[in-house]
Design a protein. Structure first.
Length: 277
């Protein structure tokens, strides 16, 4: 297709270092459950989070931030309007937008909200679990609250169709993460640990982290791969240290691992394959 699908660990590491070096401001309109962890993950990564949702300031905040992250986990009409205002401002300014369709398919209200947001502006990246991506792509799927009843592999065709629809990048999180682009690029990541699914907000924080990486890497597909790899490897390191303590300790250790991850460990642990299909 005339594009380079090669991607090496060193390139991803350079993107991680760029976030640490530049400290980008990431505007999050996210859900109430995960706000603290998302902000702390961004801080651990070296970025600067802002969690503004007042109608009176969201457009102005999107005007000074380097990226916007939208998360529909705890919806109400006020916050939906905040997202629309911020999204319109972000698209007008040309900054990257990451959309996390938490619980897509669970209720008609969530589905309507997603459709309305996509009418306002198309994000550079959509990241979710299998059920969320399938629902966002208008594929019939049963969603159990905000948990996935479909695997990442099950959602791959829907992810590809959605990527074409937004002419951008779609990431499906799971035991194997799939990051696909409208032009056919497809990355598979096999990092992470099952305990990451036992801590609320890890996936949502991933979307925030991807937003930070999109500020330093204009190739949103590559930025998404870097973000998923960073968090996945940090999760492995945290889980290994938490085995004799538990998932409560792992939540803290995860922040430590995001903050302290070094090049040799990242490159040595990365489990990445890239294809053009």
């Amino acid at each position: 297709m005339g594009h380079d699908v090669s991607l090496c660990a060193q390139e991803l590491w350079e993107d991680i270092e760029a976030v640490r070096r530049t400290g980008p401001l990431v505007h999050n309109i996210t859900n109430l459950v995960v706000m603290s962890l998302s902000a702390n993950v961004l801080l651990a990564a070296g970025a600067s989070p802002v969690m503004a949702h007042a109608h009176e300031e969201v457009a102005d905040m999107a005007g000074i931030a380097q990226a916007l992250v939208l998360n529909i986990g705890t919806l109400d009409p006020y916050w939906v309007e905040s997202m629309k205002l911020a999204l319109a401002a972000a698209r007008a300014r040309g900054i990257p937008v990451v959309l996390d369709p938490v619980g897509a398919g669970a209720t008609p209200y969530r589905n309507r909200t997603l459709a309305e947001l996509l009418d306002v502006g198309v994000p550079a990246v959509i990241r979710g679990n299998g059920s969320e991506i399938m629902s966002t792509a208008n594929t019939a799927i049963k969603t159990r609250g905000v948990d996935s009843s479909a695997s990442a592999d099950d959602a791959l065709d829907a992810a590809r169709a959605l990527a074409v629809r937004i002419a951008g990048t779609v990431c499906v999180s799971g035991a194997t993460d799939h990051i696909v682009h409208a032009d056919g690029r497809h990355a598979r990541l096999s990092n992470g640990h099952v305990w990451m699914t036992r801590i609320t907000g890890v996936g949502c924080s991933l979307s925030a982290l991807i937003g930070a990486l999109c500020t330093v890497q204009s190739n949103a597909w590559r930025a998404t791969v870097a973000g998923m790899a960073w968090m996945g490897i940090a999760g492995e390191i945290a889980a290994a240290k938490a085995q004799h303590m538990g998932i409560g300790s792992m939540a803290v250790l995860l922040l430590d691992a995001v903050h302290q991850l070094h090049r040799e460990e990242f490159i040595g642990r990365l489990k990445l394959s890239v294809a053009d299909n």
